[in-house]
Design a protein around this ligand. Structure first.
Ligand code: XMP
Length: 512
C-alpha cells in the first residue's frame, strides 16, 4: 500500500481518495506513527501530507524523520516539503507573503518524472505560510512560483516534494502528477478494485467468523446495507440482520427495506415494528437533545432484546457487523483534538455492550464512494446505493417540538413529495440531502372559500462533501413551485411552505 502520514491537513483524506481512485490501496497513519507501524503496512511509498504547523513550532507534530531513510520513494506535499527540507539540512522560514488559494506554478525541471506529460505552466492550489529558503544538500529546484519554491527533488534518494496540493481539484494537473508518482516512480499496480476487495474481504470474514453467528443492525442506509450484503455473501445463514421501525421512518420505508433486503437481496432479516414503543416514550417531549437520547436508548433496548432472542435460537451470537467507514477510523486516530459535540449523534454503533460482541467492520478501509462501488459490484439496487443520508433519529429531528403520530404522518407525506419532485427534476443524486421539516407554527390561509389554520413546512436542500459543512442549494423556482403547491394541496394540515436558505455553519443541516 501507499502510506500517507497525516500532519493534520484538512486535505489528507483527499490524498488517500485520489490514490485509491487510481485503484492503488492507500492508508492514512498519524504522523506520530512509529517506524515499525509504518513498515507493518508493507508500504510501496510514503506520502507526507500538509499540515497547519510550522516545522520549527514547539508543538510541531513529532514525526520520526527516519521515515526519509527507509529507501522508499517519498512524496512530500506542502508541509511535507518543509518537513523534508528541515530534516535533511535545508532551511525553512516564514514566507514574507503567505500563499493561499489559486496560484501559477512553473515546472522548471522538465526531466522530472513527476511532471511527465504535464505542461510547464500550471494552475495550482496553495495553502502555506512557510517556505523553503535553502534546499537540503543533494536536492534541486523543480518548480517555482513568482514568490517561492514550489517543488524540489533528490532523485537519487527517491524523494520528491511539491509545495502545492495536487490532491485538491483546483490543481488541474494534480491527478496526472499523482499518477506519475504512483506508476512511473513507485511502480505501483492498479489492482485495488471492487472485485478484488470483495473477494479478499469475503474470504477474511469466513475465516474470522468460522462457525460463529453474527448480527447486524440495518438502518436502510448505504453503509449498513452494503456491510450486511458483504457479510451475507461470506457467511449467509450465520448472519441475522435486525431492522427496527422506530416510528419516525419515512413513508413506506419499513416495508421498502424489507422488500429490498429480504426479498431482493436474500438477507436473513428480522423486522421489528417498535413504533408504538418509541412514540409512547416521545409523547410530550419537546427538547431536541432529550428526543435524541430517548430514541438512542430505546433503539439499544429493542436491539438488545432481539439480539438475546437470536442468541437463544442460534445457540449464541458472537459477532456484531457494523458499517464503520474509513473517515471515522481516521478521525478517531487523528492528531487533532476531539471536536466539540454540537449534537449527540448516535449511529447504530457500539451495540449492544452487554453482550460483549466482537466486531466485524468490513468497510473500515473504505470511503463512501468506494462503498457505493462495492455495492454496485454486489448487484445492489441504486435506490439503496444512491440514497441521501438519513439521520438515526429520523423524522423526529425534523418535527420541531413534540413528536406525535399525527405529525409524523404529516411530515411523511410532505417528505415523500419533496423526494419525488427532487427525483423527477433529476437532482436527487447531485444533492447531499433534500427534505421537509415540520414546524409547530400555525398560520392562516385560504383554500377555496375556506379559511385554514394549519402547520408550516420548511424545505431544506444542501450540498455537502461530508456533512461537516454545507451550502444551501438554490433549487430551481419551478421545482420549488411544484413542491409547494403539491404539499399545500395534498397534505391536509399544512397550508404554508417556506424555504431554508441557511448554510452550515452557522446553521446545522437538520433543524434539531
Ligand atoms: P447536522 O444537523 O449536525 O447533520 O448538520 C450533519 C449530518 O449528520 C446527519 N445526522 C445524523 N446522522 N445520527 C446519524 O446517523 C444522528 O443522530 C444524526 N444527526 C444528524 C444529518 O442528516 C447530516 O447529514
Amino acid at each position: 500500500s501507499i502510506v500517507i502520514l497525516d500532519f493534520g491537513s484538512q486535505y489528507t483524506q483527499l490524498i488517500a481518495r485520489r490514490i485509491r481512485e487510481q485503484n492503488v490501496f492507500s492508508v492514512v497513519l498519524p504522523c506520530t506513527a512509529k517506524i515499525d507501524e509504518i513498515q507493518a503496512q508493507n508500504p510501496l511509498a510514503i506520502i507526507l501530507s500538509g499540515g497547519p504547523c510550522s516545522v520549527y513550532d514547539a508543538d510541531a507534530p513529532p514525526a520520526d524523520p527516519e521515515v526519509l531513510n527507509l529507501g522508499l520513494p517519498v512524496l512530500g506535499i506542502c508541509y511535507g516539503l518543509q518537513f523534508i527540507t528541515h530534516h535533511l539540512g535545508g532551511k525553512v522560514s516564514p514566507a514574507p507573503r503567505r500563499e493561499y488559494g489559486h496560484a501559477e506554478v512553473e515546472l522548471i525541471d522538465r526531466a522530472n518524472p513527476l511532471f511527465s506529460e504535464i505542461p510547464a505552466n500550471i494552475h495550482v492550489w496553495m495553502s502555506h505560510g512557510d517556505e523553503a529558503l535553502e534546499l537540503p544538500p543533494g536536492f534541486h529546484l523543480t518548480a517555482k512560483t513568482a514568490n517561492a519554491v514550489a517543488g524540489i527533488a533528490n532523485p537519487e534518494r527517491r524523494i520528491w516534494a511539491v509545495q502545492f496540493h495536487p490532491e485538491v481539484h483546483h490543481t488541474k494537473q494534480g491527478s496526472a502528477l499523482l499518477r506519475n508518482f504512483l506508476f512511473s516512480i513507485v511502480g505501483a499496480k492498479p489492482d485495488w478494485t471492487p472485485g478484488h476487495f470483495i473477494q479478499s474481504t469475503v474470504t477474511a470474514i469466513r475465516k474470522k467468523v468460522g462457525s460463529g453467528h453474527a448480527i447486524c443492525a440495518l438502518s436502510g442506509g448505504v453503509d449498513s446495507s452494503v456491510a450486511a450484503v458483504l457479510v451475507n455473501q461470506a457467511i449467509g445463514g450465520q448472519l441475522t440482520c435486525v431492522f427496527v421501525n422506530n416510528g419516525v421512518l419515512r413513508r413506506d420505508e419499513f416495508q421498502k427495506v424489507q422488500r429490498n433486503m429480504r426479498d431482493n437481496l436474500g438477507l436473513n432479516l428480522v423486522a421489528v415494528d417498535a413504533s408504538e414503543r418509541f412514540l409512547a416514550k416521545l409523547a410530550g417531549v419537546t427538547d431536541p437533545e432529550t428526543k435524541r437520547k430517548i430514541i438512542g436508548n430505546e433503539f439499544i433496548a429493542v436491539f438488545d432484546d432481539e439480539a438475546h432472542r437470536i442468541a437463544k435460537q442460534t445457540g449464541g451470537v458472537d459477532w456484531l457487523v457494523q458499517g464503520t467507514l474509513y473517515p471515522d477510523v481516521i478521525e478517531s486516530s487523528s492528531v487533532k483534538g476531539p471536536s466539540q459535540t454540537i449534537k449527540s449523534h448516535h449511529n447504530v454503533g457500539g451495540l449492544p455492550e452487554t453482550m460483549k460482541l466482537k466486531l466485524i467492520e468490513p468497510l473500515r478501509d473504505l470511503f463512501k464512494d468506494e462503498v457505493r462501488r462495492i455495492g454496485r459490484d454486489l448487484h445492489m439496487p441504486d435506490d439503496i446505493l444512491q440514497r441521501q443520508p438519513f439521520p438515526g433519529p429520523g423524522l423526529a429531528v425534523r418535527i420541531l417540538g413534540e413528536v406525535t403520530p399525527e405529525r409524523v404522518a404529516l411530515l411523511q407525506e410532505a417528505d415523500d413529495i419533496v423526494v419525488a419532485e427532487i427525483k423527477a427534476a433529476g437532482l436527487y443524486q447531485q444533492i447531499w440531502q433534500s427534505f421537509a421539516v415540520l414546524l409547530p407554527v400555525k398560520s392562516v390561509g385560504v383554500m377555496g372559500d375556506q379559511r385554514t389554520y394549519a402547520y408550516t413546512c420548511a424545505i431544506r436542500a444542501v450540498h455537502s462533501e461530508d456533512g461537516m459543512t454545507a451550502d444551501w442549494v438554490p433549487l430551481p423556482y419551478e421545482v420549488l413551485k411544484t413542491i409547494s403547491s403539491r404539499i399545500v394541496n395534498e397534505v391536509r394540515g399544512i397550508n404554508r411552505v417556506v424555504y431554508d436558505i441557511t448554510s452550515k455553519p452557522p446553521g446545522t443541516i437538520e433543524w434539531e
